[in-house]
Design a protein around this ligand. Structure first.
Ligand SMILES: [Zn+2]
Length: 496
C-alpha cells in the first residue's frame, strides 16, 4: 500500500484516501455450516459454489423447501428442485429421493448434478437462470435456518450471461408479460364493473417456479400477476379481461396477485420492495375498476368466500402496512436516524474487529435482510480500505440489516473490518450510509475512525496521533462513537 496516500487527517478535513486494491476472492463466506457444504459440493461436481449458493438463496432462502399448500408447483430440498425432476436428480447424484427432501447435503448434491447435466434452467426454466444472475450481480447477505451468516460476493455483471428480452405487459405498465398456458385460465371479456375484488396470495414456492408452473398446461391454475420478493419485479401472466384460476370458486369477478414466498417465513419473503410494488399495482387496479382501497374488497386468499382450504398469505402478511401503501399509491419512505456506531478505535495491520451499528427506522418502509445495506459513502460506492473478504458483500457493501426491521423499530448492522497494511501508524476515517439496494441511499452518513499500527509488536514509535479535524470523535479501543445527526438525505443510487 502506498503510504503517501494516507488516510491521515489534515487541517480541518480528512484527506480523501486512495482506494486499495480490494477484490473479492472468497465467493461464498460466513459462519454457516452450509458455506463449507456449498464449496465442497460445488467443487466436487464442477458447479461454481456461488452459483449453487445463489440458487439456494433465490429458491428457498437457504432452507429445505416444504411442499404443502404450494401454488407454485411442488419443489424439494435446499435448492428447491421441482418435484417432477427429483427422481432423475436422485439417480444422477446417487442419493435417495427421501434424502433430497430431508438432508441438506444430499439435496445440494442432487441440485448440483442437475445443474452440471444441463444448466441452471434444469431447476425450472429461464427464470431460475435470470434470478441467479441477478442475485450474483448484487451479491447476497442472508441467514440460514439457524440464523448463521451466508454471504455471496457480488460479481461483476459483465461476467455473467445477459438477461432475456423484456416484453411489455398487456394491462399494467409496471409489469413484464409472461403468458400463462391457455390451458390454465378461462377467456373472458371483463371490463369496468365486472371486477370487484383483488385477491392476495403467496406462492409457497419461488417466483421462477410459479411462472414456470402457470406456463405448464398441466397446472390448471394461474394468477393475473406474480410479484418477486427480492426486488418487487412484477410479471403479468393472464390478461385482466380473462379469468385466472387462482381462487377456485371466487375467480369470476376477481383479479389474483401471487407473491413469492412462504407464509411460515414472512420475515424472509414479505419484503418492502414486494409490498410496495404490489401495492402500486393494487392501487392501479383499484382506481381502474373502482374498487375501494380497503382490506375487504382487497383480501387474502384465505379470507375469500371460496371453496378451497388455502390460508395464504397467512398471518404474517402485514395488512395495515399494505393497505396504507395501496392508499399511498405504493410509495413508502426510507429515513434513518439515532445512529450509534460501536467500533474498535485501533487495530494492527491484518487484525480484524467487529463494527456494530444501530439505527432507528424513521421511515414508513421496513428494512429487509439482504436488501437494506451499509454502503460506502463520501464518495458513494468507493472500495473501502477496511473491506474484509468473505464477510462483506463487496468492497463497497459491508453488510445488510441483521433482521427485518419494521418502521419505528431499531435495526442492527454487524460487520467486520480489517486493519489495512501500513508501515507506520495511520488514521483511517471511513464514511458509510444506508442504501436500499437498487433504489436509494438514505439517512445521514456515519463514520468509522480507526488508528492502524504496523503488524507485529516491534513498533516503538511515538503515541498514535488522534484524528483532529475528522468529523467523528474517536474513543478508546472498543469504545463507543456517537455520531451527531444532520439533515436526512435521499439520493438515487445504483449498486455496483
Ligand atoms: Zn392462494
Amino acid at each position: 500500500m502506498r503510504r503517501a496516500a494516507a488516510f491521515a487527517c489534515v487541517g480541518l478535513g480528512c484527506a480523501v484516501p486512495t482506494a486499495p486494491q480490494a477484490i473479492s476472492q472468497v465467493s461464498v463466506g460466513g459462519d454457516s455450516p452450509l458455506v463449507a457444504m456449498f464449496v465442497r459440493v460445488g467443487s466436487e461436481l464442477g458447479v461454481p459454489p456461488e452459483e449453487l449458493a445463489a440458487a439456494s438463496w433465490v429458491r428457498t432462502r437457504f432452507r429445505l423447501a416444504t411442499t404443502s399448500g404450494s401454488e407454485a408447483g411442488e419443489s424439494v430440498g435446499l435448492v428447491g428442485i421441482p418435484a417432477a425432476f427429483v427422481p432423475h436428480a436422485a439417480s444422477l447424484a446417487g442419493v435417495t429421493e427421501a434424502a433430497i427432501a430431508s438432508d441438506p447435503e444430499a439435496s445440494l448434491l442432487a441440485a448440483a448434478a442437475l445443474i452440471r447435466e444441463g444448466d441452471l434452467r434444469a431447476l425450472g426454466g429461464d427464470g431460475v437462470a435470470t434470478a441467479v444472475t441477478a442475485a450474483l450481480a448484487r451479491g447476497v447477505d442472508g441467514r440460514d435456518a439457524g440464523g448463521r451468516h451466508i454471504v455471496i460476493a457480488a460479481q461483476p455483471r459483465s461476467s455473467r450471461p445477459g438477461l432475456g428480452q423484456i416484453s411489455q405487459s398487456l394491462d399494467y405498465a409496471g409489469a413484464t408479460w409472461a403468458a400463462a398456458s391457455t390451458s390454465n385460465y378461462g377467456t373472458g371479456a371483463r371490463g369496468i364493473g365486472a371486477i370487484d375484488h383483488i385477491v392476495i396470495h403467496d406462492t409457497e414456492g419461488s417466483f421462477a417456479s410459479t411462472v414456470n408452473w402457470f406456463q405448464d398446461p398441466a397446472a390448471k391454475v394461474s394468477a393475473h400477476y406474480v410479484v418477486r420478493s427480492s426486488d418487487g419485479h412484477v410479471d403479468q401472466m393472464v390478461a385482466e379481461k380473462n379469468i385466472a384460476w387462482h381462487d377456485k370458486c371466487f375467480n369470476a369477478t376477481t383479479i389474483g396477485i401471487e407473491h413469492e414466498g412462504y407464509a411460515a417465513h414472512p420475515e424472509l419473503w414479505y419484503t418492502e420492495p414486494m409490498y410496495e410494488a404490489s401495492a402500486k399495482l393494487t392501487s392501479f387496479l383499484a382506481d381502474k375498476y373502482g374498487i375501494a382501497k380497503e382490506h375487504g374488497p382487497i383480501l387474502g386468499h384465505g379470507e375469500a368466500p371460496d371453496c378451497s382450504d388455502h390460508t395464504d398469505p397467512g398471518p404474517g402478511w402485514n395488512w395495515d402496512h399494505y393497505i396504507e401503501l395501496v392508499q399511498a399509491g405504493g410509495a413508502g419512505s426510507y429515513l434513518a436516524g439515532d445512529i450509534t456506531v460501536d467500533a474498535p478505535a485501533s487495530l494492527a495491520s491484518g487484525e480484524t474487529g467487529t463494527v456494530t451499528v444501530t439505527v432507528a427506522n424513521h421511515g414508513t418502509s421496513a428494512w429487509d435482510l439482504d436488501a437494506t445495506r451499509v454502503a460506502t459513502a463520501e464518495p458513494a460506492d468507493r472500495d473501502s480500505a477496511l473491506f474484509v473478504d468473505g464477510d462483506w458483500i463487496s468492497p463497497s457493501r459491508a453488510t445488510s440489516v441483521d433482521a427485518q426491521t419494521p418502521a419505528g423499530a431499531t435495526g442492527t448492522f454487524t460487520f467486520s473490518i480489517r486493519g489495512p497494511d501500513v508501515t507506520e501508524p495511520q488514521a483511517f476515517d471511513e464514511a458509510f450510509q444506508l442504501v436500499e439496494e437498487g433504489s436509494a441511499a438514505f439517512g445521514p452518513a456515519f463514520h468509522v475512525a480507526l488508528q492502524v499500527t504496523p503488524a507485529g509488536d516491534n513498533y516503538g514509535g511515538p503515541p498514535l496521533a488522534q484524528g483532529g479535524g475528522c468529523s467523528t470523535t474517536n474513543g478508546s479501543a472498543g469504545g463507543l462513537i456517537l455520531v451527531a445527526l444532520a439533515g436526512l438525505r435521499r439520493r438515487r443510487r445504483r449498486p455496483r
